[in-house]
Design a protein around this ligand. Structure first.
Ligand SMILES: [Zn+2]
Length: 369
């Protein structure tokens, strides 16, 4: 970093790091207040480690599987624990007798149900006489003789409907223990509940954020903010429009910064810059309105993410508190078009653009008077 300043020393970065590392370093936003460095997990939007995000990275980095059976397993419409069970069967880590003996656990190797063959996954779930009679009673039917459970599963995926694939997975999970009907009932109940949950989630998201711009209450001002990234030029352009409770234009500002941040960080920087601008203006009650749900959620959540984005959000919150009566609001992009338009005007200006009482000509048609 440049000594005494809050920015990267680009000359030093060029001297020390290769192009890839330079680009990665300059993508880290710098907080205007925090001095201490901290570790964070970059694969998670909140900077926190999750097994899910780790799995996504490993899946991305690993060689593409020769079979698409994995994709089909993860697409099964069954509870996650059933998918997990099927995955464990395919990679042969179930606690069958052969696996237990391999781990030095002294158990009989023979199947305790038929007392004839060794208890391996394919025998246990497919070929055992009891398993065979279960499959024959089900709509899936019995196709025996396979030595490998994955081969059998691929056969099921090839010849069965998606509902029967779900039932086959569920039946394996129930360990074929004379519960074919129960497996079907559990699957039906789980799918019914899941449908309700999906419906509820959709209704929540569709009602989130106004579609049209709305005037603030008397004595309040509304400041719509938007930012756009231009990765090819390595710039962020942001803009804001302030209107009063009558819907009249009060002020607008646009500017641009050299940066290679992502869209989420750019939106947060837009809010940060506009909050700094508001510090010099005489408005006491301001609604900061944006169309970035990620930024709005982060600003209004009572939590801190230990990454660059989290530091920007922290700076925004501190700025808002120093201003006084500031609240945040989320709207759809259609309701934020004035700010979007001003942010784009910034792209055609050489530097800062600022307007008071008289809007820029390109904005006149966007404003609600
Ligand atoms: Zn058996």
């Amino acid at each position: 970093m440049t000594p005494g300043q809050r920015n990267w020393d680009l000359d030093m970065l060029v001297d020390i790091f290769n192009d890839r590392d330079q680009a990665l370093i300059t993508q880290i936003p710098l907080s205007s207040r925090r001095d201490d460095d901290a570790w964070y997990w970059s694969a998670n939007s909140r900077g926190l480690f999750t097994v899910r995000s780790c799995y996504s990275i490993l899946a991305y980095l690993s060689e593409p599987p020769s079979s698409n059976v994995w994709q089909k397993v993860w697409k099964l419409k069954v509870p996650a624990k059933v998918k997990h069970f099927i995955w464990r069967a395919v990679v042969n880590v179930l606690s069958t007798a052969d696996n237990l003996r391999r781990c030095q656990v002294e158990v009989p190797s023979v199947c305790p149900i038929c007392n004839t063959y060794d208890e391996i996954v394919a025998h246990c779930l497919v070929n055992c006489s009891f398993a065979k009679s279960c499959w024959l009673l089900s709509p899936i039917g019995y196709v025996g003789g396979c030595e490998n459970f994955m081969d059998w599963l691929e056969g099921i995926f090839t010849r069965c409907s998606s509902d029967d694939c779900d039932l086959a997975a569920m039946t394996c999970w129930r360990r074929l223990s004379s519960v074919l009907n129960l497996a079907g009932q559990v699957l039906f109940q789980w799918k019914s509940v899941r449908k309700l949950q999906v419906f509820d989630n959709n209704s929540v998201s569709s009602s989130h954020g106004a579609v049209c711009w709305q005037r603030p209450c008397v004595w309040w001002f509304k400041c719509n903010v938007d930012a756009t990234t231009f990765l090819s030029g390595g710039t962020i352009r942001y803009g804001a429009v302030i209107q009063n409770s009558e819907g009249e234009f009060v002020a607008a500002r646009s500017n641009w910064l050299i940066s290679s941040f992502g869209a989420r960080e750019a939106e947060a920087i837009g809010v940060q810059e506009i909050l700094s601008w508001l510090k010099g203006l005489p408005f006491l009650h301001v609604i900061i309105e944006m169309d970035s749900l990620q930024v709005f959620t982060a600003l209004t959540m009572d939590s801190f993410s230990p990454n660059g984005f989290g530091l920007l959000i922290d700076d925004c919150r501190a700025l808002a508190q120093s201003l006084g009566d500031v609240t945040f609001s989320f709207v759809r992009r259609s309701a934020n078009f004035a700010a979007h338009s001003v942010a784009r005007v910034g792209g055609f200006l050489l530097g800062l653009g600022e307007w008071r009482l008289i809007p820029p000509p390109s904005l006149v048609s966007q404003l609600l008077f």
